[in-house]
Design a protein around this ligand. Structure first.
Ligand code: PMP
Length: 408
């Protein structure tokens, strides 16, 4: 017998809620998602979302790449392809990674649907419910969401101006093991971290790798921003220092455009083989069309010059952000990143950035409250400012508006 009545105990009126998996029952709308709806109103200066400034891409160059792919490789572009990704693009990805000192065979690369999907696949491969993942405090909200949805135990490791603190890493490994959890991997964003903007120092890179090696812990290095430096390139990537214990994630989302949804994972061969099985089970293959367009773009456009253009734009916007903070909110503390999209601001103890957000939105400025970047509810006195999208003058006005709602 079928019925459309809500089942007993269900308060939402959703007939099927008892059918949901335990994993799905834990899903919640993130603070960040709810925030985006308001922050995208045209009268609000949004310093909340990390949207790349894709208007800086020359439209004709992208359009040419799309047209040429359809004209010359239409059948392949509209067809399924390999679960590992198109070989030519994987070879071009090697050239991109070479800019960060990484040497690898194309066979160890797998193309993914953005690095968000790579995060999901790696977590699926490695995590059983209750396994621990070491994660910077604060860390990327989208990664924390993936880890949570796989029911991992997220263990935060302190971060300072030089990135992840190796002393705290040692302490957390010991404490986590003492509490009976298996630690599977360390998730780190070493360059211009999201959200803190900090970069792991060269000495700490070696130390972190040594600690992980000694403790049999894999390192998941997420590097979407490394090529978007302002004054000097970041130190050598972790993967360039260790090719057997590091899984590396890259993406075209920030150096080209996120709409293509193309990223990649570089992993030791056995892991890469498993990841291809996971990729195939999840999506059969990454988008042939997007891969071929990006491949064509890399072959025909001056993509390195385009990255330079992005660097100049983001550098100017970062300067606008820190200069406006110095002018309007000199009593706060903030990080001064040498690349990427984000400045991390610390308010005096006792102020709550989530509680202040409605007044900020009323004053027509949006930011992301610090609690979004912690799995344990920390971050009340922090907020993240994204400087990637609004022009410099708007950023300045946004920070001025912010100063009207933060008590001096
Ligand atoms: N990792 C980090 C640190 C990010 O900031 C982002 C995007 N904001 C991603 C991964 C996901 O990027 P994409 O899926 O677009 O490649």
């Amino acid at each position: 017998m079928s019925t459309n009545l809500p089942i007993a105990g269900d308060q939402s009126g959703d007939h099927w809620s008892a059918h949901y998996s335990i994993r799905a029952a834990g899903w919640t709308v993130s603070d960040v998602r709810a925030l985006f709806a308001v922050a995208s109103r045209p009268d609000v200066v949004s310093l909340a979302g990390g949207m790349p400034f894709v208007s800086a891409l020359p439209q004709d160059v992208v359009q040419d790449a799309v047209s040429r792919v359809l004209r010359e490789q239409g059948a392949a572009a509209l067809q399924y392809s390999s679960g590992q990704g198109v070989l030519k693009l994987r070879e071009q990805i090697l050239e991109v990674m070479e800019l960060e000192g990484i040497q690898a065979p194309a066979d160890n690369v797998m193309v993914t649907t953005g690095s968000q999907h790579a995060l999901d696949l790696v977590t699926e491969l490695l995590i059983d419910p209750g396994d621990a993942i070491l994660v910077e405090a604060p860390s990327y909200v989208g990664a924390i969401g993936v880890f949570r949805s796989h029911r991992a135990s997220v263990v935060h490791v302190d971060v300072d101006d030089d990135g992840l603190d190796p002393g705290d890493l040692r302490a957390k490994i010991q404490a986590t093991r003492a509490a009976g959890h298996r630690i599977k991997f360390l998730y780190t964003i070493p360059n211009f971290q999201n959200p803190a903007g900090v970069t792991l120092s060269p000495a700490r890179r070696s130390e972190v790798l040594e600690i992980c090696r000694a403790n049999d812990i894999l390192v998941l290095e997420d590097n979407p921003y490394g090529l978007l430096y302002f004054d000097r390139p970041p130190p050598a990537s972790l993967r360039s220092l260790d090719d057997s214990g590091v899984i590396y994630l890259g993406t075209f989302s920030k150096t080209l455009a996120p709409g293509f949804r193309v990223g990649w994972v570089l992993a030791p061969r056995a892991i890469r083989e498993r990841l291809v099985l996971a990729n195939e089970a999840s999506i059969l293959c990454p988008s042939s069309f997007s891969q071929l367009v990006i491949s064509e773009y890399l072959a025909s456009a001056d993509w390195k010059a385009q990255i330079n253009t992005f660097r100049g734009i983001y550098r100017e916007r970062k300067l606008a952000t820190v200069n406006a903070l110095a002018e309007y909110l000199p009593n706060l503390r903030w990080t001064d990143p040498n690349g990427g999209f984000y400045v991390w601001v610390t308010l005096p103890e006792g102020l709550d950035t989530k509680a202040l957000l409605p007044s900020a939105l009323e004053a027509k400025v949006a930011y992301t409250p610090g609690t979004a970047f912690f799995a344990d509810g920390d971050g009340h006195s922090n907020l993240r400012l994204s400087f990637c999208y609004p022009p410099a003058e708007e950023i300045r006005e946004g920070v001025r508006r912010l100063s009207t709602v933060i008590p001096a």
